[in-house]
Write a protein that binds this ligand. Structure first.
Ligand SMILES: Cc1cc2nc3c(=O)[nH]c(=O)nc-3n(C[C@H](O)[C@H](O)[C@H](O)COP(=O)(O)OP(=O)(O)OC[C@H]3O[C@@H](n4cnc5c(N)ncnc54)[C@H](O)[C@@H]3O)c2cc1C
Length: 416
């Protein structure tokens, strides 16, 4: 062991990524979580009603998510994913019944913008210059203030992308953040846009391999441990208060706090993290036969569902920035979402399969310009305390990629 123990609180993607990195550096890791399992907002579970395992959400990763790919490599989990051969994002507009597929060419030069069949239907190559306006927008500007919301490209590209990547309605989402995401994904060409699907589930691909990697390096896992308090002196954290027991933080030890923003706010003095959140609704329909190939998806414009994923035995829908639907009755929602699925795949809208609707009211913080200003850096004024989580200042929205980046940053701070 190089130095003291690193205590990581929170075993979501951020805490797992930090623990993997720290363990691989040769330091002892103890990973705690309040829940009985790891994964946080990115995990799978057995659903009694449907009699199968479900993911808590449809978490889309693409091959250009650099931190996520490094994490998957470090945890030896590449074989648990199926990676699409091509970068293709099929869409359907439910209002007009138009279908198209956005198919970026592999290289960095965006030839695809000049091929009508590869762009969003109804758009021209020059429409995509909007990306520059987004990147150059003021930090305080929203997407709605930066782009003309009346244009086809807004309704069919910028709005769906903002809602999916920022989990924030386009009119209020940060223009600069959307510009950055577009530049770092579509701007780098199709090679970085091949979708990755967990073959079994999120836990089997993103959680279990990490736990094995941590344990293989001598790391310790402690579940069912809710941190109630951090005891500080002026310079450092002295102890972790888990209610029944206190864990002493020795002078050579470090602490990575990788809990949610609202929990961190209560544990760390003078921390004012993002405090506005947006909901995500997922519906899972259990089916005997899929209406298309498994491990594919469809983007939906002008529907209640925004994305439809086909997985073995299950059709799942995702609706992000879903606060307007969150109080609606789950049965009503299931029926509305199934009508969208039925229209998209020409199924019977009245034959609702067994289903489960999962509403996550505070799925992620809202990526508005004002909320982004509240994101804290990893380093704190206590020399042995570092923050991690999708809400810290990663430069990315609250996503798996952002959470993993934050974990890697925290581990690097500890090493430094
Ligand atoms: C429904 C849904 C769909 C999503 N879809 C996508 C997507 O398609 N693509 C994408 O990239 N991202 C998606 N996300 C976002 C992504 O899941 C999150 O950004 C990411 O998982 C956050 O990881 P985290 O480690 O920062 O936080 P969390 O996963 O919230 O981890 C925090 C952990 O801290 C633990 N904890 C809390 N309080 C305490 C305490 N006092 N003591 C000890 N432990 C504590 C919690 O139990 C939890 O395990 C989605 C999220 C949701 C909810």
């Amino acid at each position: 062991m190089t130095e003291g123990t690193v205590h990581v609180i929170g075993a979501g993607m951020a805490g797992l990524a930090a623990s993997v990195r720290v363990a691989q550096s040769g330091r002892k890791v103890v990973l705690y979580d309040a829940a009985g399992q790891a994964g946080g907002r990115c995990r799978s579970y057995f659903d009694e009603t449907l009699g199968c395992r479900l993911d808590n959400g449809n978490h889309l990763l693409v091959s250009g998510n650099a931190a996520a790919m490094a994490y998957i490599a470090a945890t030896n989990a590449a074989a648990t994913f199926r990676t699409a051969d091509i970068a293709a994002f099929p869409f359907l507009d439910l209002k007009t019944q138009e279908r198209w597929s956005v198919r970026p060419t592999e290289g960095r030069v965006p030839w695809w913008l000049f091929v009508p069949g590869r762009r969003v239907a109804g758009t021209q190559a020059w429409d995509y210059l909007d990306a520059l306006k987004l990147s150059r927008a003021a930090a305080t500007a929203t997407i709605g203030q930066t782009l003309n919301a009346g244009r086809v490209i807004y309704a069919r590209l910028w709005a769906p992308l903002a809602v999916a990547a920022l989990n924030t309605e386009a009119d209020h989402g940060s223009a600069r953040l959307l510009g950055r995401i577009f530049a770092e994904t579509f701007g780098r060409g199709g090679a970085g846009l091949h979708p990755l699907y967990p073959k079994e589930g999120l836990s089997e691909s993103l959680v279990d391999p990490a736990l094995s990697a941590i344990q293989a390096r001598g790391g310790e896992l402690r579940f069912g441990q809710r941190l109630r308090n951090l005891r500080f002196d002026r310079e450092r954290v002295l102890a972790l208060d888990f209610g029944r027991e206190d864990v002493v933080v020795e002078p050579e030890d470090s602490v990575i706090l990788a809990v949610t923003a609202s929990v961190a706010k209560d544990l760390v003095p003078e921390l004012y993290p993002p405090d506005e959140f947006r909901a995500i609704i997922n519906a899972h329909f259990r089916v005997d036969a899929l209406p298309g190939e498994a491990y594919t998806f469809l983007g939906v414009v002008n529907g209640t569902a925004e994305w439809i994923f086909l997985k073995p035995g299950v059709i799942s829908t995702t609706t992000s920035a879903a606060d307007r639907w969150i109080d609606r009755d789950a049965e009503d929602l299931a029926a509305a979402l199934w009508r969208d699925v039925a229209k998209a795949y020409r199924l019977d809208p009245d034959r609702l399969p067994p289903h489960r609707v999962v509403k996550e009211k505070r799925a992620t913080f809202a990526a508005t310009p004002a909320q982004l200003l509240r994101r804290p850096k990893a380093r704190t004024r206590w020399r042995n305390l570092v923050l991690a989580g999708d809400w810290t200042d990663t430069g990315w929205p609250a996503t798996i990629e952002g959470a993993i980046r934050s974990g890697f940053t925290a581990a690097a701070q500890i090493a430094a």
